[in-house]
Design a protein around this ligand. Structure first.
Ligand code: PRT
Ligand code: ZN
Length: 323
């Protein structure tokens, strides 16, 4: 993909959105603006996550600005590569973007002598992939030193260059904006450094992954500096809800009864529960427990708990959480 360019994203904005988009440093705003990918791998999951946080907006798939209805939080639909620049320029307050893009563009800023302008605030649990170094199947891979003097094609020159420096390898970085995997077959490069999820694209191009330079997933990105107006409160509320939604995704409520003497043994079987609530039943040794579990609660685990003295086991889904 072409290099980041906040100006190009802004130039795509409809007139009214541009009018609403002076740099944040120049104005105090009373609405929060979140940039998400207009279309692509992160687009639908980002929308679903924000909707689960209680946001709703006036849909305009064909346009770039969606006015927030349930809360003063608007969406800007853009190319993922533009998101870090939009945050750096204060055109957007937050963004949902692959950490790979954030790290790459952060590295470019540092190389240009600019101060860090954005940071990953939360890992979002989707858009998982790796930035892998891959070589032709025919290579007998012995280690990074094999790359000495070779040409490596990538859309992530900053991350790759940093890694090569670390490894003290002198290799040529061939920057391509797409179709990186085909470069060795076209004799443009000897190896590639590209995003991989299933690995099918590498395999189809007779390449094999040999090193992982970065594990990535979608993140909520925001500015390094705190907001000093009402956007700070809106961002804090969004983060609270986001944390609830992310935790709730893999959480189950576990209920059961047991005897006091068996409690310690049962708790050893539940290392992934939050501090459980323990209630005495009838003032005797019988206890009722409720606990939030974050691991999977399989039939096997329930059988193990039952054997250890749990009775009336119940696993309930969690609808909503707010810490
Ligand atoms: O138009 P715009 O610039 O917004 O979209 P884009 O084409 O740049 O982005 P998109 O939608 O392809 O990817 C957005 C983000 O999704 C990336 O920045 C990553 O954070 C994440 N992601 C997760 C991936 C992949 N998995 C992925 N597999 N991004 C790209 N790929 C590509 C990879 O480059 C390679 O070409 O998929 C191919 C490999 O897939 P496998 O499954 O064959 O290994
Ligand atoms: Zn892109």
């Amino acid at each position: 993909m072409p290099p980041p360019c906040a100006a190009s994203a802004a130039s795509l904005l409809p007139i009214e959105a541009i009018a609403m988009s002076p740099p944040a440093t120049a104005v105090v705003r009373d609405r929060l603006r979140i940039a998400i990918q207009k279309s692509g791998r992160l687009s639908d999951p980002a929308r679903a996550l924000l909707a689960a946080c209680g946001l709703s907006w006036r849909e305009s798939r064909d346009r770039l600005f969606c006015h927030g209805e349930s809360l003063p939080i608007d969406l800007l639909l853009v190319r993922d590569d533009d998101i870090p620049g939009l945050i750096a320029d204060g055109i957007c307050d937050l963004g949902v973007v692959g950490n790979n893009v954030l790290v790459e563009q952060g590295g470019e800023r540092v190389a240009r002598g600019l101060a860090p302008a954005y940071r990953a605030m939360r890992q979002l649990g989707f858009g998982g992939c790796r930035l892998d170094l891959a070589v032709p199947d025919a290579w007998d891979w012995t280690g990074p030193s094999q790359l000495q003097g070779k040409r490596i094609a990538t859309s992530y020159p900053s991350i790759l260059a940093a890694w090569l420096r670390e490894q003290q390898i002198d290799a040529a970085v061939v920057v391509l904006s797409g179709s990186v995997e085909i470069a060795p077959r076209l004799a443009q490069a000897d190896a590639v450094c590209d995003l991989v999820s299933s690995g099918a694209t590498l395999a189809a191009n007779q390449l094999k992954p040999v090193m992982t330079l970065l594990e990535s997933q979608a993140v909520l990105a925001g500015p390094v500096a705190e907001f000093d107006d009402v956007r700070g409160e809106l961002a804090a509320m969004l983060l609270r809800r986001l944390d609830g939604v992310l935790r709730q995704k893999d959480s189950r409520l576990l209920l059961f009864q047991t005897q006091r003497s068996q409690l310690a043994g049962l708790m050893r079987l539940l290392p992934d529960v939050d501090a459980p609530t323990v209630m005495q039943v009838d003032g005797g040794d019988a206890l009722a427990l409720q606990a939030l579990c974050h691991g999977s609660m399989t039939w096997q685990r329930l059988e193990d708990l039952k054997r250890a003295g749990a009775r009336g086991l119940m696993v309930l889904p969690v609808e909503r959480m707010l810490a």
